[in-house]
Design a protein around this ligand. Structure first.
Ligand SMILES: [Zn+2]
Length: 249
């Protein structure tokens, strides 16, 4: 399957620019959220603990079709870890069942895949309500995004930036936690801009390991990010709790 064909790229480009739900963000106290996609066993072990040790909680996006599997990059956490994180106060979110880009599925197939993702997660976590979603590979499509706008509370993209002033609820911006792209200077600049714009800064990563994949980060970097955020008095909340704080019911 080609994810980079002209039609796919156009569908993503149009979809990401078309706001079905545009909302205002103006926080008295700016916020940070930390999210983990897929999520590997190492994110469960290190990600969950690093946040909890500092009094914070994260959002873990589950592609239910990958649960418990081993990919070339990492071993994906299973049902027990998913239930345990929920019990410990982290947010569990939707990340599709089959982990295909949204535009790679026709709208009916996309809706069925999302329903399967939600049904499997709710079987594990019966009290789950009003889930948030993260786009696999950060890729959307116009009709799939419209479906999400009527189905989930909000959707996180991998479009770089801070959510401030007006925000697309179905394409929340986020910044990758990456050793290469997020040094202390850029992190401090982002945090300063988040405070200045009364905004909401969302981070994403995958595995958390001393030898991470190209899509992950190290425990040391994650800890540093949490500590530098908290040193500025910025609260770290899961995505759903941040939406509550922004005033989006
Ligand atoms: Zn993913």
């Amino acid at each position: 399957m080609r994810f980079d064909g002209l039609k796919s790229r156009l569908d993503h480009a149009v979809g990401r620019r078309w706001p079905f739900r545009s909302v205002a963000v103006s926080l008295d106290r700016p916020l940070v959220s930390i999210t983990f996609d897929d999520f590997p066993l190492s994110a469960y072990v290190h990600g969950g603990n690093i946040l909890e040790e500092r009094g914070a909680r994260g959002t873990f996006y589950v592609a239910t079709g990958l649960m418990g599997s081993t990919t070339p990059l990492w071993t994906v956490a299973g049902e027990d870890e998913t239930v345990d994180l929920h019990r410990r106060g982290h947010e569990l979110g939707l990340h599709s069942h089959g982990h295909l880009p949204a535009f790679a599925m026709r709208p009916a197939a996309f809706a069925a895949d999302l329903a399967a993702n939600r049904a499997r997660l709710r079987r594990l976590l019966p009290d789950l309500r009003r889930e948030t979603y993260a786009y696999p590979y950060g890729l959307c499509g116009l009709r799939q995004k419209r479906h999400l706008a009527g189905t989930v509370r909000a959707s996180r993209s991998v479009q770089d930036g801070i959510n401030a002033e007006r925000m697309d609820l179905d394409f929340i911006r986020s910044v990758e936690i990456s050793e290469r792209g997020l040094d202390n200077a850029r992190l401090d600049t982002l945090l300063e801009r988040t405070v200045a714009s009364r905004g909401w800064l969302v981070f994403f990563t995958h595995d958390v390991s001393d030898r991470p994949s190209a899509y992950g980060t190290t425990p040391a970097m994650l800890a540093r990010l949490v500590e530098r955020t908290q040193a500025r008095g910025i609260d770290i909340l899961p995505v759903g709790a941040a939406l509550d704080r922004i005033g989006l019911s």
